[in-house]
Write a protein that binds this ligand. Structure first.
Ligand code: SF4
Ligand code: SF4
Length: 195
């Protein structure tokens, strides 16, 4: 197995208490205004992972950084690519067609509005009908977990979860550990067999 296989963040549903700290940490880490706290953010809190609460399970769901990413393979304008070992969306190239959102098997992508200093960015030409008549339609773009690619300390959700319910999974490392565990287990079986 290649060591270049993409990592991803996964939550342990047995530990997650649904507090949403991961969502807030995610939004804060992706703000364009440097170091801020959730309370001083000018833009709305828009996370890139999504807390799921059902009677059966509570845990956030986020991008798995698929090796043959269906989102990237379906994007008609080539706005999704792999950078280093992370699947990323170029929001400037995205036209908001939602193809990636439908293609993703995890529901890891959302279409979100664009804000600059608390102001929603609108389109130059396309209008939207409201009670007040025609107004400029908001710009939206596809957004998802980018493993905090620009953050030196790695994913903010993992660092900030108070229950330590999130971890970065490195499949290549995990596979080697499982191989080692299997070999040790086989060794014990063989020892019993040969006395
Ligand atoms: S957004 Fe969905 S399809 Fe794309 S890489 Fe992430 S999990 Fe895979
Ligand atoms: S919404 Fe954007 S990123 Fe997604 S498929 Fe359409 S253009 Fe590509």
């Amino acid at each position: 197995m290649s060591n270049k296989i993409n990592s991803f963040v996964v939550a342990d549903p047995a530990k997650c208490i649904g507090c949403k700290v991961c969502e807030v940490a995610c939004a804060v880490s992706h703000t364009q205004y440097g170091v801020v706290t959730a309370g001083t953010m000018e833009d709305p809190v828009i996370p890139r992972l999504y807390l799921v609460k059902t009677p059966e399970v509570t845990m956030p769901v986020q991008c798995r950084h698929c090796e043959d990413a269906p989102c990237a393979n379906s994007c008609p304008v080539g706005a999704i690519s792999q950078e280093k070992n992370v699947i990323v969306i170029n929001e400037t190239e995205c036209v908001g067609c939602k193809t990636c959102m439908i293609a993703c098997p995890f529901g890891a992508i959302d279409l979100v509005p664009k804000y600059v200093k608390g102001e929603e960015i609108t389109q130059r030409v396309l209008k939207s009908e409201t009670q007040d008549g025609l107004v400029e339609k908001a710009v939206v773009y596809a957004s998802k977990c980018d493993l905090c690619i620009s953050r030196p300390d790695g994913p903010a959700c993992v660092e900030n979860c108070p229950e330590k319910a999130l971890e970065v999974v490195k499949p290549a490392v995990l596979k080697k550990e499982r191989n080692r565990d299997a070999a040790l287990s086989l060794l014990e079986s063989v020892k019993k067999f040969i006395g």
